[in-house]
Design a protein around this ligand. Structure first.
Ligand SMILES: [Zn+2]
Length: 383
């Protein structure tokens, strides 16, 4: 269902009812597809850790096959972006683990949030390594900061369990510059590049303000047909926070539109345990900015490009909800690699208007409609 980007159990079932669809699937893949009510029964019972194990096993396999080697930070560590996203909202209590939020008018909303660790690359890959559901803390109103950080502690343990020797560089947003995260990274021997927002780590930022005049700088200019971009990189090493020492990194980006001369200015500030120099400052700041990939390529495509992350695949069972979530992550990994395979890339380049959406539509048409050779070939199961 998720690999075909079917968007709902109903859509998948409608196709499955077609005799030709069942025959074509059997011919192509060598197995019969179950009715989703049957798989749903299993997904309500199956401990979610089983599919999480499977996903981690698949991701490990890809890492061992050196799929992501060339995207490593400083030819050494894998960039792992951490972020939470909402996956379902209800106006009634959906299960015992629902998080709740009460509006000023006293209206209670029930919802589910999941914290993700995804391996991200500059080319837009976003591969789920581990997922941790942020679960209800009974009797307390939901506070993102508390709960997301607690889930991060559990998520970090999962990453370490599944990928014990993987060199990791954690990318996090403005919720993550704090001692809990710094200590976990130190203990696990992980690097980190974490967004520093105004108001984060006040004493650290005060020291930055004091020493900014002594910072080291590096400028990069880039031009395209329509824009001219100036990137001003700046860093300070050995900055103290709570008797620990980190580096401060900033990137000021000015994009000038050559045609209408409009400018767009953006600032990105990070704290990192990677000591900075003229050789690694650009890669450090650019890697820090890759955290956005988990939102764009990760959550956005899972919400809007056929996977329907926010669709309620199970309206009653929290266990099933977690299992559908894991299956979606696995399907997304398979499809991201398929979409970048030579065969698919060649097909896309063949026609200027061909898109991934068109290709998937054609694939579904191929599976749904009867083929002429079906009269000759009898489908058979492999031994
Ligand atoms: Zn629930």
């Amino acid at each position: 269902m998720f690999v075909f980007k079917e968007t709902s159990r109903n859509a998948y079932n409608n196709n499955r009812r077609e005799d030709s669809f069942r025959k074509n699937v059997l011919n192509c893949f060598g197995f019969n597809l179950p009715h989703t009510d049957t798989s749903d029964d299993i997904l309500r019972e199956l401990p979610p850790i089983e599919l999480e194990d499977l996903k981690a096993h698949l991701a490990s396999g890809l890492i061992e096959q050196k799929f992501f080697r060339k995207f490593r930070f400083q030819n050494q560590s894998y960039l792992v972006a951490i972020d939470a996203t909402g996956i379902a909202t209800f106006d009634h209590k959906h299960c015992e683990n629902c998080l709740t939020k009460t509006s000023k008018k006293g209206v209670v909303t029930y919802f589910h949030y999941v914290l993700e660790a995804k391996l991200v690359t500059s080319t837009g890959l976003s591969i789920s390594l581990a997922s941790e559901f942020i679960e209800n803390d009974p009797g307390r109103d939901y506070e993102k900061q508390d709960c997301e950080l607690k889930a991060f502690v559990r998520l970090a343990a999962k990453i370490k369990k599944y990928f014990p020797r993987l060199p990791v560089c954690i990318l996090g947003d403005g919720l993550y510059p704090n001692n809990t995260v710094f200590d976990i990274c130190q203990k696990n021997n992980w690097q980190f590049i974490i967004t520093l927002k105004e108001g984060n780590l006040k004493t650290f930022q005060q020291e930055v303000t004091l020493l900014k005049a002594t910072s080291s700088k590096k400028n990069v200019y880039k031009t395209t047909k329509t824009t001219g971009t100036t990137l001003e990189y700046e860093y300070l090493n050995d900055m103290e926070y709570d008797r620990k020492y980190f580096s401060w990194v900033e990137c000021n980006e000015t994009v000038v539109n050559i045609k209408d001369k409009t400018t767009k200015i953006q600032r990105f500030t990070f704290i990192t345990n990677v000591t900075q120099n003229q050789q690694n400052i650009v890669q450090t700041a650019d890697s820090g900015r890759l955290r956005w990939k988990i939102e764009n390529e990760g959550f956005n495509s899972q919400k809007n490009l056929g996977y329907e992350l926010e669709h309620k695949f199970s309206r009653v069972s929290f266990i099933a909800m977690q299992n559908y979530y894991q299956l979606l992550q696995i399907a997304h990994i398979i499809n991201q690699l398929t979409e970048r395979s030579k065969q698919v890339v060649d097909l896309i380049e063949e026609h200027s208007k061909q898109t991934i959406v068109d290709l998937w539509r054609k694939m579904m048409a191929y599976l749904i409609f009867p083929h002429a050779e079906q009269n000759i070939l009898t489908p058979s199961l492999p031994d």
